[in-house]
Structures are given as structure tokens and as C-alpha cells.
Ligand binder design. Sequence first.
Ligand code: PEP
Ligand code: MG
Length: 312
Amino acid sequence: ARRKAVQSWQGPGRTKDGTAVEILANVQDGAGARAAAQFPAQGVGLFRTELCFLSAQHEPSVAEQASIYGEVLAAFPGQKVVIRTLDAGSDKPVPFVAHPDEENPALGVRGIRLGNADQGLLERQLDAVALAAEQQGVTAAKVMAPMVATIDEARNFAAACRSRKLSPGLMVEVPSVALLADAFLAEVDFMSIGTNDLTQYTMAADRMAPSLAALTDPWQPAVLHLIRLAAMAGASAQKPVGVCGEAAADPLLACILVGLGLTSLSMAPNAVAAVGLQLESVTLEQCQRAAVAVLRCTTARAARATARELLS
Ligand code: PEP
Ligand code: MG
């Protein structure tokens, strides 16, 4: 019966008492976006552009890039689409990007840091997004930067976006951003928490290492407290702050995230219905109470058990 209910969930995302929560899809290219549009997602919360180029030997021209980004915009006409600039480096090397040999690639030159060596790469990508948006009739297309760690990075990125009439956002993946969330959010229009990297960097544990799974667990209390800081910044600035890491695909954790005040959840398309259904089974107040109780827990195990007890 549950399986049937999941299959027939149609959205839009909301709690039992009707509080709206955007339920969005993570996609990696035009085909992926068209496939995601078959699921009851309300848009795209994370378009990982680097995944379009994992085998590209040469940087695609602005026009070529615009055609790819345009496909994703076209798959969700009139709906929210958040395009992330290249998160090349670390686990996602892109052939046309010069990646130096690094001792610790996850702590090295990746994401927004690529701009230190070649600001042109970001400039051309933003030109391509602006062109795609114009071709698709999208105003103030949403663009966000990965791996931001400093206010200067946020400020420079926001200025580059605004000069092209794009709406800038930041990913919260480095603890420094969560800790100073108010200051970072003041620079941009929205933020999206990448729980995969935020957990990796908070717990100092490689997200690719199966033997460290107990550490790379978004239920770790320290991670949840950082998420709370970002959520509170969003509430006080009245700007959207969502989650686009794997944590959003865990139906119980999704309820906790909503209880913390996050306004959107973006996930693999096949997780959308299960999360939507779970959210509809609980009230906002239940989520808020559960979030308070979970934040008192000092282990991931206790946090999970507490959520399960209060929400299912
Ligand atoms: C994340 O880090 O949680 C995230 C969504 O980005 P990626 O998984 O692409 O690093
Ligand atoms: Mg990430």
C-alpha cells in the first residue's frame, strides 16, 4: 500500500497542515532534466553542470554551453531551476580544466576556487547561462557557486552574476559559510546547503570512503547544528535557504530540515515522491518539535531514533 501511495504522490510539497515546501530535483544534463520532469518535482534545485563535461577535452563555447543549459531550463518551463557553476576538481575532474597535482584534492582547488587561476572560465559560463536564460525567456535565472569559503568569494561571484542580470546564490558546503551564514546571505539572494560536502568538511571524513560512513552521516549532531545556523539566517533575512545534498532524500531527515526552517528540498528524482508523502503525513509543528528534540541529541544514532519516534 505504501508503495502505491508513493507512486501516486503528485505534489506539490507541503506538510499535513498545508505549509508549502518546494520539492525539487537534482539533475545533470538536459536528458536528466527531461527524465526528472516525469517525476512530481516542482523544479530543479541543483543542476550539476560539471557532470555535463566529464569527458569534454575542450571547453565548450558559450553558445554550446548555452544550448545545454537551455535544455534544462526548457524541461521545467516557468519553474525554479538553479544552475550551479562548475564544481570541477576533487572527485569530479573536468578534462578541459587544468587541475594541479594536489596532495588533498578535496581540500584543494575546486569549485569557485578555480577562479583563482582562471576567472575567464566562470565569466564564460555565466555568459552562457545568461544567453540560455534569454533564449528561454527566463528572467533573473538562478545561479549558485559551489565550495565558497570566504565573503570575498561570495561578493565577487554575486557581482559577476548581477552584472549579467542573474540571481546569485551560494552553496553552504564549507563550515565557514554556515558559521557566518548571516553575512554570507547578505551578499546573495539564496543559499542551498550541500550536505554531502558540509558533512565531509565538518567531520573531516572523506565522503568517498565507505569505511568512514559512520562519520559522513548527515545525522551527525554537529552537522545538524550548522544546518540550523544557515536556516536561521534564511528566516531572519527572509531569503530562501534549502538543502540539495543527499540528506534531503531521507524522508525522516527531510522533516527535520523542514522543522529547522528550510524552504526547499532538492534530491535525486526517484526520491521525490517518498519525501513528499512523508512530509504530508506530519504537521509543521511536529517537524519543529522533532527538530528541537533532535538538536539536543549528541550522537547520530540518538538523533535518528528521536526523529523516528516523533515522526513516524
Ligand atoms: C553536496 O556537496 O551536498 C552537493 C549537493 O554537491 P555535490 O554532491 O555535487 O558535491
Ligand atoms: Mg558538493
